[in-house]
Design a protein around this ligand. Sequence first.
Ligand SMILES: [Zn+2]
Length: 141
Amino acid sequence: MILFDLKCTSEHVFEAWFPDSASFEKQVKAKAVQCPVCGDTKVKKAPMAPRISTKSEEKPTTVVSDDSDSKAMELLRELRDHVESNCDYVGSEFPEEARKIHYGESEKRGIYGEASAEDAKEMVEEGLEIGQLPWLPRRNS
Ligand SMILES: [Zn+2]
């Protein structure tokens, strides 16, 4: 089935389903397609309206769910534990602190914290080595 945007001679635009393009032509010729507004049978295909996306171009975050026997979730937990015990938490100061370390103004060390997608992009462009962590909810420990 194909969905066509159709238009009658009075510029009423409506949609109709057809098994294929050929049967659309056939039904129009047979005056079997009527404008639902005025009943006009002189219909033709309307130009497709451009699709307008209101969503911003924010990159989706990769998410993981693992119900299988693979070790993905375990590895993620280990990664989190490793980061939390080996890196300093700097919170929202991350972009600033990461740059200080990168440019030698701060002691070289591992840090973690929060950065916006925008900040992350800028840091990568400046040549900073950063990674995005898939934080998991804390276990009850
Ligand atoms: Zn019409």
